[in-house]
Write a protein that binds this ligand. Structure first.
Ligand code: GAR
Length: 197
Protein backbone atom coordinates (compact mmCIF):
# COMPACT_ATOMS: atom_id res chain seq x y z
CA UNK A 1 0.00 0.00 0.00
CA UNK A 2 1.19 3.53 -0.75
CA UNK A 3 0.42 6.78 1.04
CA UNK A 4 1.33 9.94 -0.92
CA UNK A 5 4.17 8.07 -2.56
CA UNK A 6 5.44 6.66 0.75
CA UNK A 7 5.10 2.89 1.11
CA UNK A 8 2.96 2.13 4.13
CA UNK A 9 4.21 -0.56 6.52
CA UNK A 10 1.45 -2.75 7.87
CA UNK A 11 2.02 -4.28 11.29
CA UNK A 12 -0.02 -6.85 13.16
CA UNK A 13 0.37 -7.48 16.88
CA UNK A 14 0.04 -10.86 18.61
CA UNK A 15 -0.75 -10.74 22.32
CA UNK A 16 -1.92 -13.30 24.89
CA UNK A 17 -2.25 -11.08 27.96
CA UNK A 18 -3.09 -7.62 29.21
CA UNK A 19 -1.86 -5.87 26.09
CA UNK A 20 -0.17 -2.89 27.73
CA UNK A 21 2.67 -3.10 25.21
CA UNK A 22 0.24 -3.45 22.31
CA UNK A 23 -1.43 -0.24 23.48
CA UNK A 24 1.91 1.61 23.74
CA UNK A 25 2.84 0.50 20.23
CA UNK A 26 -0.53 1.61 18.89
CA UNK A 27 -0.23 5.02 20.61
CA UNK A 28 3.28 5.49 19.24
CA UNK A 29 2.19 4.97 15.63
CA UNK A 30 -1.36 6.25 15.72
CA UNK A 31 -0.58 9.49 13.87
CA UNK A 32 2.06 7.95 11.63
CA UNK A 33 1.60 8.25 7.89
CA UNK A 34 4.09 5.41 7.34
CA UNK A 35 3.17 2.70 9.82
CA UNK A 36 -0.25 1.20 10.41
CA UNK A 37 -1.25 -1.25 13.13
CA UNK A 38 -3.87 -3.11 11.13
CA UNK A 39 -4.94 -5.83 13.54
CA UNK A 40 -4.41 -7.48 16.90
CA UNK A 41 -4.51 -11.27 17.14
CA UNK A 42 -4.92 -13.22 20.36
CA UNK A 43 -5.03 -16.90 21.24
CA UNK A 44 -6.65 -16.12 24.59
CA UNK A 45 -10.37 -15.27 24.70
CA UNK A 46 -9.86 -13.96 28.28
CA UNK A 47 -6.98 -11.63 27.39
CA UNK A 48 -7.15 -8.00 28.50
CA UNK A 49 -5.81 -7.00 25.12
CA UNK A 50 -9.24 -7.71 23.61
CA UNK A 51 -11.02 -4.92 25.51
CA UNK A 52 -8.06 -2.61 24.86
CA UNK A 53 -8.39 -3.27 21.13
CA UNK A 54 -12.10 -2.51 21.32
CA UNK A 55 -11.45 0.77 23.17
CA UNK A 56 -8.76 1.74 20.68
CA UNK A 57 -10.92 0.65 17.72
CA UNK A 58 -8.29 -1.76 16.40
CA UNK A 59 -9.71 -4.85 14.68
CA UNK A 60 -9.04 -7.87 16.89
CA UNK A 61 -9.34 -11.57 16.13
CA UNK A 62 -9.19 -14.47 18.55
CA UNK A 63 -7.87 -17.62 16.94
CA UNK A 64 -7.79 -21.29 17.85
CA UNK A 65 -4.81 -23.59 17.95
CA UNK A 66 -6.19 -25.38 14.88
CA UNK A 67 -6.32 -22.11 12.88
CA UNK A 68 -2.79 -21.34 14.06
CA UNK A 69 -1.46 -24.69 12.88
CA UNK A 70 -3.42 -25.32 9.65
CA UNK A 71 -2.47 -22.13 7.79
CA UNK A 72 -5.82 -20.32 8.25
CA UNK A 73 -4.29 -17.63 10.45
CA UNK A 74 -1.23 -17.16 8.24
CA UNK A 75 -3.51 -16.65 5.20
CA UNK A 76 -5.51 -14.06 7.12
CA UNK A 77 -2.31 -12.21 8.06
CA UNK A 78 -1.09 -12.27 4.49
CA UNK A 79 -4.47 -11.06 3.24
CA UNK A 80 -3.94 -7.93 5.36
CA UNK A 81 -0.74 -7.18 3.38
CA UNK A 82 1.22 -7.56 6.59
CA UNK A 83 4.88 -6.52 6.49
CA UNK A 84 5.84 -7.18 10.13
CA UNK A 85 4.48 -9.35 12.93
CA UNK A 86 5.04 -7.98 16.43
CA UNK A 87 4.81 -10.33 19.42
CA UNK A 88 3.87 -8.30 22.50
CA UNK A 89 3.37 -10.82 25.27
CA UNK A 90 2.48 -13.73 22.98
CA UNK A 91 3.16 -17.15 24.46
CA UNK A 92 2.86 -19.80 21.75
CA UNK A 93 5.82 -21.02 19.71
CA UNK A 94 5.70 -19.57 16.18
CA UNK A 95 5.18 -22.28 13.53
CA UNK A 96 7.78 -22.64 10.79
CA UNK A 97 5.36 -21.62 7.99
CA UNK A 98 5.11 -18.19 9.66
CA UNK A 99 8.90 -17.92 9.95
CA UNK A 100 9.31 -18.83 6.28
CA UNK A 101 6.62 -16.34 5.22
CA UNK A 102 8.14 -13.54 7.36
CA UNK A 103 11.90 -14.16 7.63
CA UNK A 104 13.45 -11.59 10.04
CA UNK A 105 10.07 -9.86 10.05
CA UNK A 106 8.69 -11.32 13.29
CA UNK A 107 9.95 -9.69 16.46
CA UNK A 108 9.42 -10.58 20.08
CA UNK A 109 9.69 -8.80 23.40
CA UNK A 110 11.14 -10.84 26.27
CA UNK A 111 11.17 -9.63 29.90
CA UNK A 112 14.80 -10.57 30.72
CA UNK A 113 18.33 -10.27 29.41
CA UNK A 114 18.51 -13.22 27.00
CA UNK A 115 20.11 -15.72 26.75
CA UNK A 116 19.48 -15.77 30.49
CA UNK A 117 15.97 -16.67 31.66
CA UNK A 118 14.58 -17.66 28.28
CA UNK A 119 13.10 -20.79 26.75
CA UNK A 120 9.87 -22.74 27.01
CA UNK A 121 7.84 -21.84 30.10
CA UNK A 122 9.89 -18.70 30.75
CA UNK A 123 7.37 -15.93 30.43
CA UNK A 124 5.82 -13.19 32.52
CA UNK A 125 6.03 -13.71 36.27
CA UNK A 126 8.01 -16.98 35.92
CA UNK A 127 10.88 -14.94 34.53
CA UNK A 128 10.84 -12.37 37.32
CA UNK A 129 10.58 -15.07 39.99
CA UNK A 130 13.58 -16.86 38.49
CA UNK A 131 15.60 -13.63 38.38
CA UNK A 132 14.95 -12.94 42.09
CA UNK A 133 15.54 -16.58 43.03
CA UNK A 134 18.92 -16.52 41.27
CA UNK A 135 19.97 -13.37 43.16
CA UNK A 136 20.62 -11.47 39.93
CA UNK A 137 21.99 -7.95 40.38
CA UNK A 138 20.44 -6.78 37.12
CA UNK A 139 17.68 -7.71 34.74
CA UNK A 140 16.19 -6.08 31.70
CA UNK A 141 14.38 -6.59 28.44
CA UNK A 142 15.32 -8.13 25.11
CA UNK A 143 13.85 -7.46 21.69
CA UNK A 144 14.79 -10.14 19.20
CA UNK A 145 13.97 -11.74 15.87
CA UNK A 146 11.89 -14.88 16.13
CA UNK A 147 13.00 -18.27 14.88
CA UNK A 148 11.58 -21.77 15.40
CA UNK A 149 12.94 -21.97 18.97
CA UNK A 150 11.71 -20.07 22.01
CA UNK A 151 13.77 -16.91 22.63
CA UNK A 152 16.72 -17.92 20.43
CA UNK A 153 16.49 -15.57 17.43
CA UNK A 154 19.04 -12.81 16.88
CA UNK A 155 19.05 -10.08 19.51
CA UNK A 156 18.17 -6.62 18.24
CA UNK A 157 18.14 -4.58 21.44
CA UNK A 158 18.53 -4.91 25.20
CA UNK A 159 18.16 -2.48 28.08
CA UNK A 160 18.68 -3.18 31.75
CA UNK A 161 17.99 -2.06 35.29
CA UNK A 162 19.44 -2.83 38.75
CA UNK A 163 17.75 -5.48 40.87
CA UNK A 164 17.96 -4.50 44.53
CA UNK A 165 18.34 -7.26 47.15
CA UNK A 166 14.92 -6.31 48.57
CA UNK A 167 13.12 -6.42 45.19
CA UNK A 168 10.22 -8.85 44.86
CA UNK A 169 9.32 -10.42 41.49
CA UNK A 170 6.56 -7.77 41.26
CA UNK A 171 9.13 -4.99 41.72
CA UNK A 172 11.27 -6.52 38.99
CA UNK A 173 8.23 -6.79 36.70
CA UNK A 174 7.39 -3.11 37.25
CA UNK A 175 10.94 -1.97 36.47
CA UNK A 176 10.96 -4.09 33.32
CA UNK A 177 7.61 -2.79 32.17
CA UNK A 178 8.88 0.80 32.30
CA UNK A 179 11.66 -0.16 29.89
CA UNK A 180 9.32 -2.17 27.67
CA UNK A 181 6.91 0.73 27.26
CA UNK A 182 9.76 3.18 26.67
CA UNK A 183 11.85 1.10 24.28
CA UNK A 184 9.73 -1.38 22.32
CA UNK A 185 7.84 1.12 20.11
CA UNK A 186 11.07 2.99 19.27
CA UNK A 187 12.92 -0.20 18.38
CA UNK A 188 10.02 -1.26 16.14
CA UNK A 189 10.18 2.14 14.41
CA UNK A 190 13.93 1.79 13.84
CA UNK A 191 13.39 -1.62 12.23
CA UNK A 192 10.38 -0.94 10.05
CA UNK A 193 11.50 2.57 9.05
CA UNK A 194 15.30 2.13 9.02
CA UNK A 195 15.92 5.52 7.38
CA UNK A 196 14.32 7.28 10.37
CA UNK A 197 16.58 5.68 12.96
C1 GAR B 1 5.63 -8.42 28.78
O1 GAR B 1 6.32 -8.18 29.98
C2 GAR B 1 6.49 -9.25 27.84
O2 GAR B 1 7.86 -8.98 27.98
C3 GAR B 1 6.15 -10.63 28.29
O3 GAR B 1 4.77 -10.61 28.52
C4 GAR B 1 4.42 -9.33 29.03
C5 GAR B 1 3.18 -8.85 28.31
O4 GAR B 1 2.68 -7.70 28.96
N1 GAR B 1 6.50 -11.59 27.27
C6 GAR B 1 6.96 -12.81 27.57
O5 GAR B 1 7.09 -13.22 28.71
C7 GAR B 1 7.30 -13.65 26.35
N2 GAR B 1 8.12 -14.76 26.71
P1 GAR B 1 1.49 -6.88 28.32
O6 GAR B 1 0.40 -7.89 27.97
O7 GAR B 1 1.07 -5.93 29.40
O8 GAR B 1 2.03 -6.18 27.10
Amino acid sequence: MVNNGIPLKNLVIFASGSGSNAEKIFEYFKDSTEVLITHIFSNNPEAGVISRAERLAIPCTIFTRAEYKDGTLLKKIQSLNTDWVILAGFLWLIPSDFIQAYPQRIINLHPALLPKFGGKGMYGHFVHEAVVEAGEKESGITIHFVNEHYDEGGIIFQSSFAVDPSDTPEDVAKKGQVLEHRDFPKVIASLVLPASS
